[in-house]
Unconditional design. Structure first.
Length: 489
């Protein structure tokens, strides 16, 4: 601080820097607390991290397999694994402990969440030139349960929203070359960057950008997209865009109209976690509402943000897109900016410092709930507890043991480790499993693993009726494994 004062920084700048540092510190406290919590990967996280581990440990940098996402987040997790997780055993073989892999894989998204918080404050200051608005924008970002939850995940959405926000910031300051580059990197994070691209194109049109502006924006964007297409073409498997279409294309483009209300209700219920826990978020929105009523022109400059928010919401209701909670992240900056400005304006109009302190207190109460793990993602991650113990049990079986696995997939594969020596076999139906099990000319024990919540009994009954000797080999609160001996044993 004294160094800044020596350079001529005024009291206003010092206040901004102090507030920004305090808010980033709050975000760091929340993020790193949850990062070090003892929690297993979600199924989809394990899918991405198996690719990242393959790159970090086995050198599979082209990410072979049925991948449907661009590689940026996976590469960053792989580099993080190399930096803080990968070790070499006595034979010089690279190893990665599954728990070290969890920490390393999540670390890049934690950094994206912190950078997102800092950039939100910078963007709010650039738009409104108001310290209170910028502080509220940073505080709402730092304490957002949704941002915190997915900051300690390995989903590709975090790189998307950070570079998408960076593209928006550079466009707002008319630095179109950097805006195009940031948007290109957002596409390297996830294909949903197309929503950001549409918004930025509308900004260019609305601002009556000249040909030079369009070129400065389009050239770096085109270069990064061409690089992504070249990377995709170099992979031996089906392209990520083809795979994404195969995985996500619905039978019909539009959701049936009778489902719209249900989809809207679910989407809004999930969106309640964007700013704060649902018990507090309505208070923030209701607190901001009087500012919009008393000052009709307050949101004139934010009309495009609010329109984009409504359009994004409507698109996910009307079209048959998956309604995953992480898809809400693109709505976060569109919501935070006008709400932060309204809260700041309301405090200035009515109760000054007292009102602002009340808002700070409400947000911090929500942050405490987030600190204790009350996020929209905590339940789905808790459902995987014990998968590491199951994997350790199965790793103790003889080399080349057959593991029949209908439901655990990539999750079990990750926790078995990078060099596991078991034959994990998938069959979509009991009948197909039975045909394969009877045709396998081996007399040793095989194993069938399943979550207890799944309908595994039908599979076991089919095997038992065919003459297999079946016995429970392992059972925990969430998982069960059966030992199978073929009829000719």
């Amino acid at each position: 601080m004294s160094a800044l004062a020596d350079r001529g920084a005024g009291p206003g700048e010092l206040r901004r820097l102090t507030a920004a540092a305090a808010i980033v510190l709050l975000a760091s406290l929340l993020q790193f607390h949850l990062l070090t919590a003892d929690s297993r990967f979600h199924d989809d996280e394990a899918f991405f991290m198996t690719f990242a581990r393959g790159a970090a440990v086995k050198g599979d940098w082209l990410l072979p397999g049925s991948l449907d996402k661009p590689p940026l987040s996976i590469y960053l997790s792989a580099l993080s694994m190399i930096a803080v997780g990968v070790t070499a055993d006595a034979a010089g073989v690279l190893q990665l402990d599954v728990y070290a892999g969890e920490f390393a894989g999540r670390l890049p998204n934690v950094m994206f969440a912190l950078l997102f918080t800092a950039l939100m404050m910078r963007l709010a200051w650039q738009r409104y030139r108001d310290l209170t608005s910028a502080i509220f924008a940073g505080l709402l970002s730092a304490a957002s349960p949704c941002l915190t939850a997915f900051g300690v995940s390995v989903f590709t959405d975090m790189s998307l929203i950070f570079f998408g926000l960076a593209a928006f910031y550079f466009a707002a300051t008319r630095r179109w070359t950097l805006a195009g580059l940031a948007l290109g990197l957002a596409f390297w994070g996830k294909q949903q960057a197309v929503f950001v691209a549409v918004f930025l194109a509308l900004l260019l049109i609305r601002g009556r950008a000249g040909r030079g502006d369009w070129l400065r924006f389009a050239l770096p964007l085109g270069a990064t997209l061409l690089a992504l297409l070249a990377w995709d073409a170099a992979r031996p498997e089906a392209g990520i865009f083809t795979q994404a279409a195969a995985n996500n294309a619905p039978d019909q483009l539009l959701a049936p109209p009778e489902a719209w209300l249900e989809r809207l209700s679910y989407w809004l219920t999930s969106a309640a976690w964007l700013l704060a826990p649902p018990a507090i978020a309505p208070l923030l929105l209701l607190g901001a509402a009087p500012a919009a009523i008393k000052r009709p022109g307050l949101f004139a400059s934010d009309a495009a943000l609010l329109a984009a928010l409504c359009i994004y919401l409507a698109v996910h209701v009307v079209f048959r897109f998956n309604l995953y909670e992480r898809y809400l992240l693109l709505m976060l900056p569109l919501l935070i900016l006008p709400v932060a400005r309204a809260l700041a304006a309301l405090g200035d109009r009515y109760a000054g410092r007292l009102w602002q302190l009340a808002i700070f207190a409400a947000v911090l109460v929500g942050a405490v709930a987030t600190y204790n793990g009350h996020t929209p993602f905590s339940g789905s991650r808790a459902a995987q507890a014990g998968i590491d113990d199951l994997a350790e049990h199965l790793n103790g079986k003889p080399v080349a043991t057959v593991l029949y696995d209908r439901w655990l997939g990539w999750l079990l594969d990750y926790y078995l480790g990078p060099w596991h020596d078991k034959r994990r076999v998938y069959h979509p139906s009991p009948e197909e499993l039975l045909v394969d099990a009877l045709s396998l000319d081996e007399t040793g024990a095989r194993y069938f693993a399943a979550p207890i919540s799944k309908p595994y009994q039908r599979w076991i009954d089919v095997l038992r009726q065919a003459g297999f000797a079946v016995a429970v080999d392992y059972r925990s609160e969430r998982y069960i494994t059966f030992r199978l001996l073929p009829p000719n044993n």
